[in-house]
Design a protein around this ligand. Sequence first.
Ligand code: ZN
Ligand code: ZN
Length: 193
Amino acid sequence: METTLLVSVILLNVVLLLVLGFLGFLIYKLLKDRQTPTTQAAPTTTANKPENNYHPEIQKRLEELKFSKVTTENIFCPYHPEEAGEVQCGICHKYFCARCVRPMKSIYFCKEHMALFLRSQWQEVLTLKTSSEDPEAGVRLFEKKQEVFKEKQLPSYVETHYKIDVEGDYIETYLVVFAQEDQIDEMRELLEI
Ligand SMILES: [Zn+2]
Ligand SMILES: [Zn+2]
């Protein structure tokens, strides 16, 4: 009788151990499964990053955008969402595909602003001579010009003029800002840098 009891206890213990072992295995598997999606999630999101699926031109633009204050809305042509914005309009500063811009006086304009350019009278607002002492001055001027267009809808464009200094054997660069005749004074004040 005692032997039967002992055998039963041993058997029960073995069964208990098996059950515990199985439970432990289940818990381990559950925890492992829970962790797996998170470890897998990282590479998936990287792969899903839009940059990686873009056309090389767009990737190039994205790289450029990292260094400029241009927003990502300028990545695609506003008229052709499947085309990369390649050329910047001299007035609205948006990037358009090559089909949507036309050159004039070495500046590119979008359709809307080419029409504006042709029907308006333009006058010089200011001229900035770029110098090696302050190479950022030109950048600041362009930023101001963009800001004025964005916030006050006052159009302007910049011509780049070069002068060759024969004696000094160097090229001087001038940025000449033009605005509409009746907005000259306001623009002069706003573009003060
Ligand atoms: Zn434009
Ligand atoms: Zn286009």
